[in-house]
Design a binder for this molecule. Structure first.
Ligand code: GDD
Ligand code: MG
Length: 342
């Protein structure tokens, strides 16, 4: 089966991290986020994937090329201007001849895609939407259903007083090809406030797939931090990551008096000096130099970062190339020395 993944948004809520890397490419356990999503789909037999791209597609294409080395056939659909979630799918309509998965490209889950598809077929649905249960539905699209799971109402980003359910749109849909008839050509159009309400008005068979599998939208620094920790702790799974206490890649030099308390991942070519202390969950990217006496706790360091003696980094995220000074203390910070580019 085929999936189209929406990877076109600007990712403004993930700033300042997205000043260096587009949202789909931010590293999770040292691999681009979207690679985890693609490999997860492949596990479920979804072997053709289209990336619907708009905003800064070059680095995505440069990394994945034609998908060699992945277990899927990878193609791209490019927007010249942002077309919104549904407009981007209409733009990719050449790829849609039968039922297709559509995914928000910033969501990661342990959803059973195969089971969702079986339910879609059983219901003879025109569209099926995966729902997940959250504490704060105001950041998402709330979905009301009847006892049979049929969708009754869709409320995008409701105010608290309008929240009628904690079941929200998990950003995974299965659509029949004729759902494309609801989307205008070459025009900005959204599923959330366009296609879904129209499907409901027309009484189309639109069903929900409720599930409580691990789910996250990694679109803010907090949530991005969380998916890294969850993967390291084994709270969710990816075919790209085997949760282990210590993962120390080739070319790392760890001083015998340094202490690593897992789960800790050190990518290739890192050094950890005398008496330094790293307490997981922590991911340290390629080529980071952590000097003696430094302390790193529950933090994510991207690539090529220098941490000088006795610096303390707690609950923080640091983008590539940063230099943390001797004795500097960072707590609960997200840091990128790169300025925004246009
Ligand atoms: N190709 C393309 N073109 N992709 C886009 C565009 C576009 O114009 N606009 C947004 N996207 C992609 C984003 O990159 C992201 O992967 C996905 O569509 C959703 O956009 P977000 O901006 O992250 O939306 P959201 O998180 O506020 O809300 C959406 O996701 C929630 C689940 O995380 C909605 O679908 C909510 O209903 C849902 O609950
Ligand atoms: Mg999102």
């Amino acid at each position: 089966m085929k999936a189209i993944i929406l990877v076109g948004g600007e990712g403004t809520r993930l700033r300042p991290l997205t000043y260096s890397v587009v949202k789909p490419m931010v590293p999770v356990a040292n691999r681009p986020f979207i690679e985890h999503v693609i490999c997860k789909l492949a596990l479920h037999g979804i072997d053709e994937i289209v990336l619907a791209m708009g905003y800064k597609p070059d680095s995505i294409y440069a990394y994945f090329k034609d998908g060699e080395g992945l277990d899927v056939k990878l193609t791209y659909s490019l927007e010249e201007k942002p077309l919104g979630t549904a407009g981007a799918i209409k733009n990719a309509s050449g790829h849609i001849k039968e039922s297709v998965f559509v995914l928000n490209g910033d969501c990661f889950s342990d959803l059973d895609y195969s089971d969702m598809h079986r339910q879609h077929l059983r219901n003879k649905a025109k569209a099926t939407i995966a729902l997940t249960h959250v504490e704060d539905p105001t950041r998402f699209g709330v979905v009301e259903t009847d006892a049979s799971g049929r969708v009754l109402r869709f409320i995008e980003k409701p105010k608290w007083e309008d929240v009628t359910s904690h079941w929200i749109n998990a950003g995974v849909y299965i659509l029949e090809p004729d759902v494309l008839d609801y989307i205008p050509d070459n025009q900005f159009y959204m599923f959330e406030n366009g296609v879904f309400p129209r499907l409901l008005e027309n009484g189309a068979p639109f069903y929900a797939y409720h599930n409580r599998a691990y789910w996250i939208d990694m679109g803010t620094p907090e949530q991005y931090h969380r998916i890294n920790s969850d993967l390291l702790l084994g709270n969710c799974s990816s075919p790209l990551h085997a949760a282990r206490d210590l993962i120390i890649s080739e070319g790392c030099e760890v001083h015998p008096s340094a202490s690593l308390t897992g789960p800790v991942m050190l990518a290739e070519g890192c050094s950890v000096g005398a008496g330094a202390r790293i307490t997981g969950p922590a991911v340290i990217g390629r080529g980071c130099r952590i000097a003696g006496g430094a302390v790193i706790e529950n933090s994510l360091l991207w690539e090529d970062i220098t941490v000088a003696e006795d610096a303390i980094i707690i609950n923080s995220i640091i983008a590539s190339g940063a230099k943390i000074n001797k004795g500097q203390r960072l707590q609960g910070q997200t840091i990128n020395h790169k300025a925004p580019t246009t």
